[in-house]
Design a protein around this ligand. Structure first.
Ligand code: FAD
Ligand code: A2P
Length: 416
């Protein structure tokens, strides 16, 4: 085959790095066209289905998903081959990179992200400029770290059906450096119905970088016991029930930390808007606690505002309700949205945001404002809509502002 013909027959194949992948299932859940599947060993991409839409890339906690190898069109890696890998094969050396132009994909680089259409990614792929350096993937499925449970407390009212817990994990003298906004993976013991070891589930950290207990090597997570699936059918969530039932002294298999973009800004004057539902409050608690401790140490930044929008069914189901209410009003501007309080209209976070449009606009106009959204996937579009409304109310062009927020690491979404 002539060199140019050979180059034209090269395609870019989307592959998952089995050495880094933690088998958390996030990619398979995220893929809108079911191009990702797995067996007992590896997660793999069906090359005949994958359209390089990139939807799976940002949610992957490890970056294992972000591999694109040039391959000859008639020698794409089959599923069987991908299942057999312990590591990715060496990439093909393109015969002449100058000749490679493949169906919208630049072989030499990553597939290009477009701002509209199916490739649209709403949040930033970069952290704020002043974020601290994050360590990620220090522990994976091949070198898990064992943590010891040092506390497990119910956060929701006993009268409520919703069991959300604050679980503290201690790493002893093993290095586990974390930042607010990062998450960890927990591997529940045992195997699934097909006798495959359970995959890891992710949980956002609820504690700040210096530990749940300051200067101890421990972290906390906020875990909701899953007893119903998304359609309301009874189910026993494997990992959430395991974690919610943990007792002090129990040992837990942990991997991570994960996340290098959903990180807080550190520079003076940075405003933080936090929008969350349910356990999406975990990273917001971590960030708030970081700021609160700094303030207590006399390093507080009085200029940087904290604004919180927090949604739950009712007060009794809102994690951290008591502690949040004790925070000084000049420290944090808290806005609750309750959807099922008897005798009160149903309110979602986006409804309460709408009530604060002028204040949101003032913050949006400030280049030092950073926005974090975490919790139910369903709220994403509603929240973005209100941000757009706030921008429009001040004559700002949302598409431009949105692009700036994304590029500058000022808009972060983590929904599940
Ligand atoms: P599974 O056994 O995996 O699922 C059982 C069934 O319940 C399935 O049908 C599944 O579709 C459904 N299901 C799964 N989760 C839910 C849910 N939340 N509500 C209703 N039905 C559900 N969870 C937290 O509690 N706290 C966190 O801080 C947190 N942070 C996360 C951060 C990231 C980046 C991601 C991707 C997820 C996060 N999760 C968090 C969700 C968590 O990883 C698990 O998915 C959740 O605990 C359910 O796991 P499970 O093993 O109990 O349920
Ligand atoms: P709802 O009463 O409609 O379930 P959960 O308790 O399931 O974790 O949900 C947390 C809160 O988020 C609840 O108040 C829930 O209201 C609310 N919620 C549900 N769907 C959305 C949505 N699309 N946008 C914003 N909030 C939502």
């Amino acid at each position: 085959m002539a060199m140019s013909e050979q180059a034209q027959s090269i395609k870019k194949q989307h592959l998952i790095d089995p050495e880094i992948c933690i088998r958390c299932n996030t990619c398979e859940e995220t893929c809108p066209i079911d191009a990702i599947t797995h067996d007992g060993t590896n997660y793999v991409v069906r090359s005949d289905i994958c359209n390089h839409c990139m939807a799976c890339v940002a949610p992957c906690p490890t970056g294992a998903i972000d591999n694109w190898q040039p391959v000859f069109a008639d020698k794409m890696y089959s599923l069987e081959e991908q299942y057999s890998w312990e590591q990715l094969p060496a990439p093909l050396t393109p015969p002449d990179p100058a000749e490679e132009r493949i169906a919208g994909v630049d072989v030499a680089g990553e597939p290009e992200l477009t701002i509209q259409g199916s490739n649209y990614v709403s949040g930033s792929q970069v952290p704020p400029w002043s974020a601290s350096h994050s360590y990620t993937n220090l522990y994976g499925t091949r070198n898990v770290i064992t943590a010891t449970v040092s506390g497990n407390y119910r956060l929701t009212d006993e009268s409520s059906d919703s069991d959300i817990r604050h679980v503290v994990l201690d790493f002893g003298d093993a290095p586990f450096p974390v930042l607010e906004g990062q998450s960890i993976g927990i591997i529940p013991p045992g195997a699934d119905a097909a006798n495959r070891l359970h995959h890891a589930r992710q949980y956002s950290l609820a504690s700040p970088r210096d530990g749940e207990r300051p200067r101890y090597n421990n972290v906390s997570i906020t875990v909701k016991r899953v007893v119903q699936d998304y359609d309301g059918n009874p189910v026993r969530g494997v990992c959430s029930n395991y974690v919610c039932d943990l007792k002090k002294g129990d040992k837990v298999q942990v991997i991570g930390p994960f996340g290098h973009t959903f990180l807080m800004p550190n520079h003076p004057g940075a405003n933080i808007i936090m929008i969350c539902t349910g356990t999406g409050s975990a990273p917001m608690r971590a960030m708030t606690e970081r700021r609160r401790r700094k303030r207590g140490d006399g390093q507080g930044d009085e200029r940087g505002k904290l604004m919180l929008f927090f949604g739950a069914r009712c007060e009794q189901e809102l994690p951290y309700f008591g502690p949040l209410n004790k925070l000084p009003k000049d420290f944090i501007d808290i806005n609750f949205a309750f959807s099922r309080t008897p005798g009160q209209p149903k309110k979602y976070v986006q409804d309460v945001m709408r009530e604060r449009l002028p204040d949101l606009l003032a913050l949006l106009k400030d280049e030092d404002t950073y926005i974090y959204v975490c919790g139910l996937k369903g709220m994403e579009s509603g929240v973005l809509e209100v941000l757009q409304e706030a921008a429009a109310s001040g004559g700002m062009q949302w598409p431009d502002l949105h692009a700036t927020l994304r590029q500058k690491g000022r808009l972060h979404l983590e929904t599940y």
